[in-house]
Design a protein around this ligand. Structure first.
Ligand code: SAM
Length: 272
């Protein structure tokens, strides 16, 4: 792989902290990310934030199509140079949150592989998961602490954990030291893989309603669920307690202890 610092120097560019520009410069880390994705030659990959193109090249070697979306137009000459040998890479210079990913990949099944800017990890996950046709899997290099929150189990759940685990199974594939990136970030990273469900296993009247209930539950940290729920849904505490009891959930429990099945059951009772 070409050293990102050398590439940026050649073009007189400095990494932008505001865009989360910490570029991979460790070939072993690159190899771990690619192998986590378990790619097949026919695959279509969507990459977010190609930067100087190290991961993009590795992906282009492995699969049929790579769609890479980069917000920083300064990277255009670097990427066009680095990727010139590959005719299977399609570059888009745009904010990922404004890109219609399904419009880009068309009917193809697709996988997302990305070393994402940390400042928008949750927004990216929502953008990728809250669509009619989700990626088969998502392999993201993210802040270690955020990865731990995503894979949390009942007892430590958060709105982020529910938002991901509703759509798929997340696991941490490997951890990467801060030194694998240049400039070196303040924190270590983890490579997370989310295998999405083909059919959602949780029965809910609508996903909008499900997330309204979940958000209400998490709206007041450390409060008993009957209080948080009633505050968040704009109903009386007693009504919140009755809803929970009807769903077979102790009203004095806290949001972080519920399983996704329990949130789904609560949504069913609320909609009835
Ligand atoms: N993939 C490269 C690598 O591994 O070396 C770069 C990773 S760097 C952590 C994140 C990249 O995402 C940067 O190139 C940055 O410019 C880009 N980026 C930041 N915000 C973005 C956004 N909203 N949409 C698309 N790309 C973005």
């Amino acid at each position: 792989m070409t050293n990102p610092k050398i590439l940026l120097d050649q073009y007189n560019l400095m990494p932008k902290k505001s865009l989360g520009q910490n570029f991979l410069h460790d070939p072993n880390a690159l190899e771990k990310i690619v192998s986590t994705a378990d790619l097949m030659p026919e695959d279509t990959v969507v990459e977010i934030g190609p930067g100087t193109g190290a991961l993009t090249r590795a992906l282009a070697e492995k699969v049929r199509h790579v769609f890479s979306i980069e917000i920083d137009d300064r990277m255009r000459p670097i990427l066009e140079g680095e990727l010139a040998p590959y005719n299977n890479v399609y570059l888009v210079f745009e904010d990922i949150l404004k890109v219609d990913v399904l419009g880009l990949v068309g009917e193809r099944e697709y996988v997302v592989v990305a070393n994402v800017p940390y400042y928008i990890t949750s927004a990216i996950l929502r953008h990728l998961l809250e669509v009619p046709r989700r990626p088969r899997s998502i392999v993201l290099t993210i802040q270690n602490e955020v990865a731990e929150r995503i894979i949390a189990q009942p007892g430590d759940m958060s709105l982020l954990a529910v938002s991901v685990q509703f759509y798929g199974k997340p696991e941490i594939a490997t951890r990467l030291k801060a030194g694998a990136f240049w400039p070196r970030p303040d924190v270590d990273s983890a490579v997370i893989r989310i295998d999405t469900y083909e059919t959602l296993p949780f029965e809910v009247p609508s996903t909008d309603l499900f997330f309204r209930v979940v958000k209400a539950g998490f709206s007041q940290k450390r409060k008993q669920l009957r209080n948080a729920l009633s505050g968040g849904l704009g109903i009386k505490t007693q009504a919140g307690g009755e809803l929970l009891e009807a769903a077979g959930i102790d009203p004095t429990r806290r949001a972080e202890t519920l399983t996704i099945e329990e949130w789904a059951r609560l949504t069913q009772v609320y909609s009835a």
